[in-house]
Design a protein around this ligand. Structure first.
Ligand SMILES: [Zn+2]
Ligand SMILES: [Zn+2]
Length: 282
């Protein structure tokens, strides 16, 4: 019985992660090309046909880039997402309506894919108005035989409802998008900066640290993976340092016991490695 995840790509230029639980293999987002996804999987001796389902968090391009080709090249893998997101995806790419029967709208608060139980929550994240409508953005909590993995990228803030759902996970796959000072001094247009640091943007290292302080269970949590790190406005080591400093203050927490890591330098960490060397087992 194994429960693990494989981050294939994680950054503003592409997001895609595999969650493996027993006989189930779920792909979260497809923000890289089908060709690249397939080559990473083949490199790890995984047949793309063995994917049980694709979950789409929201309709931003860095999460759905390879979707159309994925649907064309695979026959019966279902795509789970919220109805609003499905509608936006089809509006933006009418060719996807050829595969309408492959879309499953996520409605119930909890659903199963084989032995993997999945809960979801709305996350605070939006695009730039109508032209950049992302549908309804969601995060996931995966449960497999009592072990829990939280998956949250692309969010500007968390409320109590989100914190309650994700509290005490064994593993957190969570974004630490930017360092506030680097963001403010980035020279980017002020409107973009405002959007990123706003409540519908992304989490800063400091925010992620504050939330993890609430979310981490001193006994249960084993692993924190920092995702969706901005290339322009963050530094991986700084992200890890900020999170560690905050967690140090949490009473009863042995920081040595928790693995805290960030996405690797390469966008596609597994391209040249075998699955065994980059898989993270719970
Ligand atoms: Zn994104
Ligand atoms: Zn986004």
């Amino acid at each position: 019985m194994s429960f693990s995840f494989l981050p294939i790509a994680s950054s503003s230029s592409g997001n895609s992660t595999i969650i493996m639980a027993g006989s189930s293999m779920v792909l979260v987002d497809i923000g890289i090309t089908y060709k690249l996804l397939n080559s990473v999987l083949l490199n790890n001796r995984i047949d793309i046909k063995n994917i049980s389902a694709l979950l789409i968090t929201h309709a931003h391009y860095d999460h759905i880039k390879g979707l159309r080709v994925f649907l064309n090249k695979t026959n019966d893998i279902k795509v789970y997402t919220r109805e609003k997101t499905k509608n936006i995806l089809i509006k933006n790419d009418p060719g996807l309506s050829l595969h309408l029967d492959r879309f499953i709208e996520i409605k119930e608060s909890s659903f199963n894919i084989n032995e993997l139980n999945i809960k979801w929550c709305k996350l605070s994240h939006q695009g730039w108005g109508e032209r950049d409508n992302t549908g309804e953005h969601i995060g996931f909590v995966f449960n497999y035989h009592g072990q829990q993995l939280s998956y949250m990228t692309d969010l500007g803030e968390m409320d109590e409802r989100i914190i309650d759902l994700h509290r005490s996970s064994d593993i957190f796959f969570i974004e630490a998008n930017y360092d506030k000072n680097l963001q403010l001094n980035s020279g980017r247009p002020w409107g973009l900066i405002q959007r990123v640091i706003g409540k519908y943007g992304h989490l800063s290292n400091e925010q992620t640290a504050e939330y993890l302080y609430e979310l981490v269970d001193v006994q249960k949590t084993k692993h924190i993976f920092l995702a969706h790190i901005s290339k322009e406005c963050n530094c991986r080591e700084l992200a890890v340092k900020t999170i560690k400093e905050k967690l140090k203050a949490k009473q009863g927490l042995d920081l040595e016991r928790i693995k805290i890591e960030h996405e690797t330098e390469k966008v596609y960490p597994c391209l040249t490695k075998t699955l065994e060397s980059c898989i993270i087992k719970l």
